[in-house]
Ligand binder design. Structure first.
Ligand code: HXC
Length: 258
């Protein structure tokens, strides 16, 4: 199948998906998110594939949800479309393991998509962050819930409140990534790990994935729904309009709401 915003390629028993909107640092617009989910579902259904790798470019795994696409949305637009419920739920439903191979920026929705994968291999160039606060919104694809489970409340709170980025070394220390590899080796190493997983029993791998997720999830679904409703609400504020307009106009935002 031909995609416009991603590249797909089978490497033996591994399905490799490369996010490919270089002009926007792989910002996650509706088309890219739809294609990513469709490609994941196709590999999930393909008996020849045992593990999936999702990667981006050397500069960006993904620099977040597409701000230009979101900027004009109203609260009702977001609420009625239940924005970001679809990609979240479709990725969570994938039964085969997914490895995120992250180089460069994984920000906002990019960090959230990486955390939706089963584990993250990071290049030494990787930078993770939830900078939504700078745009007058909050994470909306599970970021406030998953980051807190990965790195604990204190660091997650700091990241979500300040929007600062974490480099690969800090992300590894904090438990966000499984390990760091040199950037030049990232995709090869991810394919190697994925191949080793794909060579195991697929049903047992699926059970191991379910078991680990069981320990990890708890009341996550409620947390994600709660977060999504709040995220929608940010679109009722003037500061969301200001934050996103300022980004598009390449100026500093002036937030006014107290
Ligand atoms: C739309 C984006 C984008 C984004 C980058 N671009 N990030 N477009 N949405 N999230 C575009 C820029 O507008 C620019 O296009 C081109 O990509 C290159 O980006 P630059 O800013 O020129 O690159 P650089 O100076 O190297 O800075 C890289 C960067 C910066 C630090 C990553 O782009 C940045 O801060 N991006 C936004 C990060 C962010 O706030 N992410 C969270 C998004 S909100 P033009 O056409 O101008 O050249 C989010 C919400 C999640 O994710 C909640 C639900 C999902």
């Amino acid at each position: 199948m031909a995609y416009a915003t991603i590249l797909t390629e089978s490497r033996g028993p591994v399905g490799l998906i490369t996010l490919n909107r270089p002009q926007a640092l792989n910002a996650l617009n509706a088309e890219l998110l739809g294609e990513l989910c469709t490609a994941l579902e196709a590999y999930d259904a393909d008996e020849a594939i045992g593990c999936i790798v999702v990667t981006g470019s050397a500069k960006a795994f993904a620099a977040g949800a597409d701000i230009k696409e979101m900027a004009p949305q109203s609260y009702m637009d977001m609420f009625k479309a239940d924005f970001f419920a679809q990609p979240h739920d479709r990725i969570v439903a994938i039964k085969k393991p997914i490895i995120a191979a992250v180089a460069g920026y994984a920000l906002g929705g990019g960090c959230e998509i990486a955390m939706l994968c089963d584990f993250i291999l990071a290049a030494d160039t990787a930078k993770f962050g939830q900078p939504e606060i700078n745009l007058g919104v909050i994470p909306g694809i599970g970021g406030s819930q998953r980051l807190t489970r990965f790195v604990g409340k204190s660091k997650a709170m700091e990241m979500c409140l300040t929007g600062r980025m974490m480099d690969a070394a800090e992300a590894e220390r904090a438990g966000l990534v499984s390990r760091i590899v040199p950037a030049a080796d990232l995709v090869d190493e991810a394919i190697k790990v994925a191949t080793a997983i794909a060579e195991k029993s697929q049903p047992i791998v699926a059970m191991a994935k379910q078991a680990v997720n069981r320990a990890y999830e708890g009341t996550l679904a409620e947390g994600v729904l709660f977060e999504r409703r709040l995220f929608h609400s940010t679109f009722a504020t003037e500061d969301q309009k200001e934050g996103m307009a300022a980004f598009v106009e390449k100026r500093k935002p002036v937030f006014k709401q107290k």
